[in-house]
Structure formats: structure tokens, C-alpha cells
Design a protein around this ligand. Structure first.
Ligand code: PLP
Length: 373
């Protein structure tokens, strides 16, 4: 099938790019002696997870047990949820364990860890946990500056039914970094905080094995740190306009795009059939990247963004594109969009079309999309 035979809006994944992104990140992790455990939140696809595992990933991450269910059913054996799972989910976690899946998750409070300990003892199980350390994102995690934290980590590790695997962090604030210097500083601070917390917790008797970090914008700086054990980038599998703005990827590395049709035209406005239901309203945090996605200069090569077109506004089913200068584009013509944030786009689509240039190679279901419990 030809690209133009697809009904639009259509989410496209360029086969060669996704495979190259997987190989490149695996090579980076291997070069630095780190295990790669990609976050599957970006693709939510059992096919893409299989490619990542085949390339050398030791397992995957999911945010929720519902996603883990889907990947476990597809044969993924090692799943980490870097999410503060509540013990009310204990039955679901144990059921996945019964299917032979090695599962781990994060805790960042002693009371919750003790509730997990109680649930594990009742069920005669062991739960594998990592303590989440807040390295500056201020979403979840223990405050590494608090003097009582090392003792608390040791108590969590000593709780019956709980096996403490190590410490884990996610520098989500890297998305707000001003430049590469800022990004490198965030990575170094993250490693320093994990090491100092691990050292102090070990002095209190905790057995800290793993030090797990992960995000796509920080991944390329991870080689400047030592002693980490695992990295968990997710977005790198597709990349997007935000990653290009952050210097983590070039446009020609971005694997996920949206094919759209111009449905009408008024003056300097082109109206496309891909609105917020496809692209979401996510914006790029760095200045100089206005709009709800970048219009690619060439539909087939998809290797540069057209600076003369800005997606100014979205309704659910419309994108309003402002064009600077003359354009011969007309209703019925196709445009290809580089989304600001690939993860949310693949969560909204029913399927993606795997493409090689103008050829549609396959249709790929997004098996774990929408699984938010
Ligand atoms: C806890 C955690 N780890 C890893 C990742 C992957 O980061 P990125 O999407 O920047 O690759 C995320 C993404 O949200 C996350 O929340």
C-alpha cells in the first residue's frame, strides 16, 4: 500500500528509524556498561518491545499494571514499574508474578512500604522494590537531603516480605533544561545524589544493588557518570519535536509522524484533519518552537521542519496552520507533522502504520494504549 492510500489522520512509524534508534541507544548503554530497560510508555506496542529486547534490553518499564498485563501476555518476562504502586493493587501484582513475570516497582514512603510488607506476608510472597529518590523533578521520591532518609531506606529493606533491589530516579526536570550545560549538570547531580544516598543507606545496613536512572534528554550525558547500573529512556524509540528542541535527536531521527490532509484553506490559513484528538495540546518547553507540532518540509523524506508554517491552533478535529508567504497547497494535499510529544500521540491512536519511504509495510496495533490502571 502507498502512503497516500492511508486514511488520515494516520500515525506513521518509519521502520528504519525506529530500528536505528533502538540500536543506537542499546549501543550507548552497552558502551557505558549500563543495562538498558526502555520505558514502554512511548510505544505501548508489544512488537516494538520485542525489537528492544532482541537488541539487548534486559526488560521493560511500564507505568501501570494494566500495561504490564498486556506485555506479560506477549511474553515479556521482566517488567519494572517506576511508579509508586499502591498496595491496594497487591492481588494484581501477585497474579502477574504467578504467570512467571519478574516484577519490581518503586516505593518512596515507609508507611506504604510497610503496607506492601504486610500484603506480601499475608500472601506468602516477596515484593521487589526500589526506593525512588527525588533528584529535582519533585513528583515522587524521598528527599535525599533529609538526614532520616538513609535509616528509612534501611528499614524498608529490612521489612519482611520486601526485597530492596536498589535506588531509582527520573530527572523529568531535564525537559526544562536551558541548554546542554544545564542537561549535563542535571545528569551529574542525579548520579551524585543517588551515590550519596546509596552510601549513607549502606552505612545504615541497607543492601543497595541497583542504581537506575532514566530519561531521553539525559541519556547522552550518562557516560560522564560512573557506578550507575541501569538506564530507562523511553521516548528515544520514536523521538519527537521536543527532543529535537532539546538536542537529543535530529528531525531525521524522529520515527513517529502524523500524516494529515488539508481539508480547507482560507487566506494564509490551511486547515488539516488532525486536531487535538490526534496531536494533543502538548507544547515544546524550549523557546523558539511555537505551535502544536512541526509541519515537515517534505512529506516523503520527513527530514526537516518547514519554518514558514506554524500550527497555531487546534480543535479536536482541526489543526489551523498559518503560512508565511505564498503556498500552492490546496485541499486534498497531504502534510506530514512531527508531533511535539510522541508518547501521547501513540496513546491516542488505534494503530500505527509502519512505513518505509512511501510504502506502508505493516499495521501495528498499540496493544497497551489507554491502560491507565
Ligand atoms: C519514571 C520514569 N522513568 C523513565 C521515563 C522515560 O523518560 P523519557 O520519556 O524522557 O524517555 C519516564 C518518562 O516519563 C518516567 O516517568
Amino acid at each position: 500500500m502507498h502512503l497516500y492510500d492511508l486514511r488520515t489522520p494516520a500515525v506513521l512509524v518509519e521502520f528504519a528509524r525506529v530500528r536505528a534508534n533502538i540500536d543506537r541507544m542499546q549501543a550507548l548503554a552497552t558502551r557505558h556498561g549500563l543495562r538498558l530497560r526502555p520505558h514502554a510508555k512511548t510505544h505501548k506496542s508489544t512488537q516494538v518491545a520485542a525489537w528492544q529486547l532482541d537488541a539487548g534490553a534486559i526488560g521493560i518499564c511500564c507505568a501501570k499494571l494494566g500495561e504490564a498485563d498486556t506485555f506479560a501476555a506477549a511474553g515479556v518476562e521482566d517488567i519494572r514499574l517506576p511508579y509508586p504502586l499502591h498496595p491496594s493493587n497487591a492481588d494484581r501484582l501477585f497474579a502477574l508474578g504467578d504467570r512467571g513475570v519478574r516484577l519490581s516497582f518503586i516505593v518512596d514512603r515507609e508507611d506504604v512500604a510497610l503496607a506492601w510488607s504486610a500484603a506480601a506476608q499475608r500472601a506468602r510472597r516477596i515484593v521487589d522494590v526500589l526506593v525512588k529518590v527525588d533528584v529535582g523533578f519533585h513528583r515522587c521520591g524521598v528527599d535525599p537531603g533529609r538526614p532520616d532518609v538513609p535509616q528509612m531506606i534501611a528499614r524498608i529493606g529490612g521489612a519482611p516480605g520486601v526485597r530492596l533491589l536498589g535506588l531509582l530516579s527520573h530527572a523529568g526536570h531535564a525537559y526544562l533544561a536551558a541548554d546542554d550545560g544545564d542537561l549535563a549538570a542535571i545528569v551529574n547531580a542525579e548520579a551524585r545524589l543517588l551515590h550519596s544516598t546509596a552510601t549513607a543507606a549502606r552505612e545504615c545496613g541497607a543492601a543497595i544493588g541497583e542504581l537506575s536512572v532514566g530519561s531521553t534528554p539525559t541519556a547522552r550525558f550518562v557516560g560522564d557518570t560512573a557506578g550507575l547500573t541501569e538506564m530507562r529512556p523511553g521516548n528515544y524509540v520514536y523521538y519527537d519535536r521536543s527532543q529535537v528542541a532539546l538536542g537529543a535527536a535530529r528531525v531525521e531521527d524522529c520515527a513517529l509522524t502524523v500524516l494529515s490532509t488539508i481539508v480547507t484553506k482560507h487566506g494564509d490559513r490551511l486547515i488539516l484533519d488532525a486536531g487535538s484528538k490526534t496531536l494533543t495540546t502538548d507544547q515544546v518547553a524550549r523557546p523558539g518552537h511555537a505551535g502544536f507540532g512541526g509541519i515537515l518540509a517534505d512529506v516523503v523524506t520527513a527530514d526537516a521542519v518547514n519554518p514558514h508554517m506554524v500550527i497555531e491552533r487546534l480543535s479536536e478535529e482541526h489543526a489551523i496552520v498559518r503560512v508565511t508567504g505564498e503556498t500552492a497547497l490546496k485541499p486534498g494535499d497531504r502534510l506530514r507533522i512531527l508531533p511535539n510529544h510522541a508518547c501521547v500521540v501513540s496513546n491516542l491512536a488505534d494503530e500505527v502504520a509502519l512505513v518505509a519511504g512511501t510504502h506502508v509495510v505493516d499495521r501495528m496495533p498499540i496493544a497497551a494504549r489507554g491502560r491507565n490502571t
